[in-house]
Design a protein around this ligand. Structure first.
Ligand code: FNR
Length: 354
C-alpha cells in the first residue's frame, strides 16, 4: 500500500518530542530561531480524550485542552489541568506542529487524534519511549515488540485521520538490537501502513542517551524509506544545525536539505537556538527571550523554572536566583537583572589597567 505524502519532512530540522521541555514557549522560541517543525510532548490517548478544547480568554491565539472541573483526576492530572496548549494562529506555530500520541489501541488513538486534528499539522505515534510508564502498558518502545499492533494503529490513523484531514501520519521508533530486524520492521511500516514519515532514534531501547548513537546503517534505512516514498528523520546525538549538516554530508553522504530530516532533543532543550544557520546564541541572550515568551503565553511557573534549570548553567549565580523564584514576577525581575548584567561590561574590565 502506498499513501501519505512522499518525503513530507525531508530537509526539515525538527524540535523533538519532549515531555516537560516541549511546551509552547520553548517551541515558539525554537521556531523563531530557525527550527523548521516542532513536535509536541507525548500525550497519552486517554489523557487528551478527557479534555475539552477552549480558547484562552483575552488571548485569541492560544488554544488549551483542559481536564474539565467535573472530572476527577488521577495522580498529577486533575480537574482544570491543562494537558496541551498551542497557538495555531501564531505565524511561528502554524508553520508546523506535530502532535505526538502515546497509544497501544487503534480505536483510542484515532479518537485522540480526531480530538486535536484541527489544531495540528501532523500526528505522530510514539514507538520509542523506553520508560516504565509507557512500556508497562504496551505503549512506546513496547510497540516495537508487537509489530502487528503497531501497524494496526498506524493504518487506522492513516485511513481515518490522515487521509480525510489531509495531514501526515508518522511514527518515531528506536533501533532494534539486530540491524536485519530493524530493516525488516521499517520495510513493513513503510510498505503496509501508509505513513508519511518515520523518525529513527539511533539507539536501542536499552541504550542510554549518554551513549553515542549508532548511525552505521542509516543509509540502508534511508533506502527502504525512499523506496516507499516515506521521509526519514534522523534523531540521536545531534547537537546543532551545523552538526546535523556535517553528519549528513561527511558521515552518511546524504543531502541534509533533500534526502532526510533531522531531530534534536537534549541539545535543543538546553539551547533552543541550536537550529540557527549562523550558529547557536549564548544563554545570556536566549534565556531572557525565553522568559518573555513564557510570560506572554502564560506558561505554568513550574514549567518555566524547569526550563530555566536546563538552560542556565549551574555555576552561574543566576541559576540560584531563578531557582529561588516563587512567582512569575520574580522570574521577570531576575531576567531584567540578567539582561542588565549582559549589557554592562564585567566589573573587572571597568578597572583601569595597570
Ligand atoms: C525525550 N524523548 C521523548 N521521545 C518521545 O518520542 N516522546 C517524548 O515525549 C519524549 N520526551 C522526552 C523528554 C526529554 C526531557 C528528553 C531529553 C527526551 C526522547 C527524545 O525525543 C529523543 O529521541 C532523545 O532524547 C534522543 O535525541 P537527542 O537527545 O540525542 O537529540
Amino acid at each position: 500500500m502506498s499513501g501519505g505524502r512522499a518525503g513530507v519532512y525531508a530537509g526539515k530540522l525538527c524540535w523533538a518530542p519532549m515531555v516537560r521541555a516541549g511546551e509552547l514557549p520553548s517551541r515558539l522560541l525554537a521556531l523563531q530561531h530557525g527550527c523548521d517543525l516542532v513536535w509536541s510532548p507525548e500525550i497519552v490517548d486517554k489523557k487528551i480524550l478527557q479534555t475539552e478544547r477552549r480558547v484562552v480568554a483575552g488571548t485569541p491565539t492560544i488554544v488549551e485542552y483542559v481536564v474539565p472541573a467535573t472530572l476527577r483526576g488521577k495522580g498529577r492530572q486533575g480537574p482544570g489541568e491543562c494537558v496541551f496548549r498551542t497557538a495555531p494562529s501564531l505565524e511561528a506555530e502554524s508553520r508546523g506542529l506535530v502532535f505526538q500520541l502515546g497509544s497501544c489501541d487503534a480505536e483510542l488513538a484515532v479518537r485522540a487524534a480526531l480530538h486535536v486534528v484541527k489544531d495540528v499539522s501532523g500526528i505522530d505515534l510514539n514507538a520509542g519511549c523506553p520508560k516504565h510508564f509507557s512500556v508497562h502498558s504496551g505503549m512506546g518502545a513496547a510497540l516495537l515488540s508487537t509489530p502487528d499492533l503497531l501497524c494496526e494503529i498506524l493504518e487506522a490513523l492513516v485511513q481515518r485521520v490522515g487521509r480525510p484531514h489531509d495531514i501526515p501520519i508518522s511514527v518515531k521508533i528506536r533501533l532494534l538490537p539486530e540491524q536485519s530486524a530493524t530493516l525488516l520492521l521499517v520495510e513493513r511500516l513503510c510498505k503496509t501502513t501508509g505513513i508519511s514519515n518515520l523518525t529513527v532514534h539511533c539507539r536501542t531501547r536499552d541504550t542510554r542517551n549518554s551513549a553515542p548513537p549508532d548511525r552505521s546503517y542509516v543509509r540502508q534505512l534511508h533506502e527502504v524509506c525512499q523506496r516507499h516514498g516515506v521521509s526519514l528523520v534522523l534523531n540521536g546525538g545531534i547537537r546543532s544545525r551545523g552538526d546535523y549538516e556535517q553528519v549528513c554530508r561527511d558521515e552518511l553522504q546524504l543531502d541534509p536539505t533533500r534526502d532526510l530530516g533531522g531531530m534534536i532533543a537534549e541539545s535543543a532543550e538546553r539551547n533552543p537556538t541550536v537550529f540557527r544557520r549562523a550558529g547557536p546564541l549564548p544563554w545570556t541572550t536566549y534565556v531572557p527571550q525565553y522568559i518573555r515568551e513564557a510570560t506572554a503565553r502564560g506558561n505554568h511557573l513550574g514549567n518555566t523554572k524547569y526550563m530555566l534549570g536546563r538552560m542556565v548553567p549551574g555555576k552561574s549565580r543566576f541559576y540560584r536566583l531563578f531557582t529561588a523564584c516563587k512567582t512569575a514576577e520574580s522570574v521577570e525581575k531576575v531576567a531584567r537583572e540578567l539582561e542588565q548584567a549582559s549589557e554592562d561590561p564585567p566589573e573587572s574590565s571597568k578597572r583601569p589597567r595597570r
